[in-house]
Design a protein around this ligand. Structure first.
Ligand code: AMP
Length: 397
């Protein structure tokens, strides 16, 4: 397998699939350029080697062909500033004119192709469309982990046209390496903290993790489905009655696999879903009617911290309380602080999934963890144990 570090890009037109799906405000100004920043190391490496990056991405959700509000033209100025060269914009992502523009690039020059999703063939994974994309380059670099779980033309199918000239960019390489430190050969003990609102959205991951982890902390809104399944009173707490049986099965499976399953024994309950609500600490299985559990209680927080601080590897996905409200943020903050502590002592920690990433950023935890993944769907599917087409295509699996 080729790698971006060992590949010689000199004189090559390198087709790079990136994820430039950034948010814009009503004046078409980029409001968060994290995804563009994340792709810069790969683009710069190719330029430095004397290659010419031909950058392709999707942007927004155009439904019926080209639409100005989804044009890559809104990104070209900022990308030029970041790279310090004037990036050329192609009028489309395929076709003779585009192919000629790519072919005419001199070393170090950069071409940005127009939105891939202006063509239906992209999401359909159409082979002919993939072939036309492939005509714009001598090699293919996949650096879009955010779309690696999709078998689209530019993220997977295109690999067929570059049997010996395909590789990951730095971003995917580090995502996959970091995830493998958790799911393949973790330093023990391995602790996963799964939080968030619902059990239903996380069942497959939880089931897959049960055969890997030593400790599994289930927090947040999921707590109450488990508590109720065991006959507890959860008051008005969020609870999925259709998943009581699932919760029981997860507990049974954890027992069979020898996993230490931790679910809050005490909670911070409130008489309304509001930052200004009245609150009380109560046992998680004795929440009075009219009250709802919105954060872990002190006893549970202490137990979670103890487990986290003694872990060799930690995976965190989802907050353990309604962290958006200050009154109910303590559990999530403390879990984050414990992860930072463990990391200082040598543990490998990975935070992934939208809400835990925002919590980690909001509470200043991010700099103290080993790796933050922003991949969303692709990350979750990897943790579910699924093969990601964008990863498999590069590896030739
Ligand atoms: P998810 O998208 O499933 O990861 O859920 C994240 C959301 O779960 C966050 O917005 C939290 O506020 C919310 N959440 C966490 N704990 C609770 C809880 N006890 N009750 C209701 N919502 C919660």
């Amino acid at each position: 397998m080729q790698t971006i570090n060992s590949y010689d890009f000199k004189g090559k037109k390198a087709l790079i699939r990136v994820d430039f799906n950034v948010p814009l405000n009503e004046n078409f100004v980029i409001t968060d350029d994290t995804r563009i920043q994340a792709a810069l190391p790969t683009i710069r490496k190719i330029m430095k080697d004397g290659g010419s990056p031909v950058i392709m991405s999707h942007f927004g959700r155009p439904k019926n062909g080209p639409e100005d509000k989804f044009s890559m033209r809104h990104l070209v100025g900022h990308l030029s500033d970041l790279l310090g060269v004037e990036v050329k914009l192609a009028p489309d992502c395929v076709g003779e004119e585009v192919k000629a523009m790519a072919a005419a690039l001199k070393p170090g020059e950069v071409l940005l192709l127009e939105n891939l999703r202006f063509h239906k063939g992209e999401e359909k994974g159409d082979e002919e469309f993939a072939k036309q994309l492939a005509d714009n380059g001598d090699c293919w670099v996949n650096d879009a982990f955010g779309t690696a779980h999709r078998a689209h033309a530019s993220t997977a199918v295109i690999a067929r046209f570059f049997p010996n000239d395909k590789m990951f960019g730095y971003l995917i390489e580090s995502e996959v390496e970091s995830l493998d430190k958790v799911v393949k050969n973790p330093q023990r003990p391995l602790t996963a903290i799964m939080g968030g609102a619902k059990v239903s959205s996380k069942i497959t991951i939880i089931e897959n993790l049960l055969s890997k982890v030593d400790n599994l902390i289930l927090g947040g809104g999921m707590t109450y489905t488990f508590v109720k399944a065991n006959g507890g009173s959860v008051g008005n707490s969020i609870c999925e009655d259709d998943f009581l049986e699932t919760a029981k099965n997860i507990e049974k499976l954890a027992k069979e696999k020898g996993v230490n399953l931790i679910i809050a024994s005490d909670v911070l309950a409130a008489d309304a879903f509001s930052n200004d609500a009245n609150t009380q600490i109560c046992a998680s299985n004795a929440i009075p009617d009219g009250w709802q559990g919105l954060d872990a209680g002190p006893e549970s927080i202490a137990q979670m911290k103890e487990v986290i601080e003694n872990s060799g590897t930690i995976l965190w996905n989802g907050p353990v309380g309604v962290f958006e409200m200050e009154t109910f943020a303590k559990g999530t903050k403390e879990v984050g602080a414990a992860i930072v502590e463990a990391t200082k002592k040598g543990a490998f920690s990975l935070v992934g999934g939208g809400d835990s990433v925002s919590a980690a950023n909001q509470f200043g935890i991010a700099p103290g963890v080993s790796y933050i993944s922003t991949a969303g769907g692709a990350l979750l599917e990897y943790l579910e144990g699924k093969v990601l087409p964008g990863v498999a295509a590069v590896r030739g699996e």
